[in-house]
Design a protein around this ligand. Sequence first.
Ligand SMILES: Cc1cc2nc3c(=O)[nH]c(=O)nc-3n(C[C@H](O)[C@H](O)[C@H](O)COP(=O)(O)OP(=O)(O)OC[C@H]3O[C@@H](n4cnc5c(N)ncnc54)[C@H](O)[C@@H]3O)c2cc1C
Length: 284
Amino acid sequence: MIPQTFDYTAPATLDQALALIAQGAKPLAGGMSLIPMMKLRLAAPEHLVDIGRLKELNYIREDAGALHLGAGCTHYEVETSPLLRGKCPLLSETAAHIGDVQVRNMGTIGGSIAHADPSADYPAALQALEAKIVLRGAQSQRTVAASAFFLDTFATALEPGEIVSEIIVPVEEAGAGASYQKMAQPASGFAIVGVAARLRRSGGKIAMARIGVTGLAGRSFRATAAEKALENTAGSAAEIQAAAALVAQGVEANSDLHASAEYRKHLAAVYAGRALFAALARTA
Ligand SMILES: Cc1cc2nc3c(=O)[nH]c(=O)nc-3n(C[C@H](O)[C@H](O)[C@H](O)COP(=O)(O)OP(=O)(O)OC[C@H]3O[C@@H](n4cnc5c(N)ncnc54)[C@H](O)[C@@H]3O)c2cc1C
């Protein structure tokens, strides 16, 4: 299909882009979600502002014990960054699960989280990492927790005129291990269910457990009951299975042609168990 006609601007600076977005223009990053939506006429923006080429949004650096990613980093850059692989391997591992190599070369982390597809992969990792999201407008900047950013299916805390400019994740502590496990929809690769787990062991016990879930419900979330059940245990197989069984408890699960709600809940427990066992094996 052919999209409705639109204007296109490729600004030289972020300030120029933000000024146009403040006037109602729509940001275009990798185009991997927006262009198909325009072709299907599910979106018909009159003016696209290409932020995918802005060098100001393309960086991965360490600062004061945290890792800062510009929203324009492609999934491939997140997957292959030596800094992230060394200091926040969960995010690189998650990026490697996204779509196919073409999608990973074009799509951006900012575009993915702004789009907020309930089956997208990053949200599970960002919830487990307790990431912070920096939102910028022409005259404003604010930072929100990932848990407050993802509001619902295709809905985020972004206000009109704002873009995601940066994602901040922690440098993983010594003794920590993490893993992302997903059941992929075979045609697209999107997560039918995806679970990211982070564990840290200290003195023979699990001192910290963080579990982020995507695909199961209308928005990603942290499975706090399962986290609490695991903390201060020795992390035996039985304790991990018991915690994994809590991940879907009380959740209003999505149901579609790929998986019923009941099957998704079953998958959530299975993939939570896999992610927790893999994370535990990676703790030092
Ligand atoms: C075949 C295929 C398979 C895929 N498989 C997966 C998968 O397995 N897992 C997965 O997670 N994703 C998957 N995706 C989606 C992919 O990850 C996209 O890259 C992502 O959803 C959108 O990123 P983008 O940079 O392409 O954004 P765009 O398509 O350019 O934009 C998407 C939306 O976000 C807005 N936007 C873009 N950047 C910003 C910003 N910085 N701030 C505010 N708003 C912004 C745009 O205005 C638009 O509304 C797949 C896509 C395709 C086409």
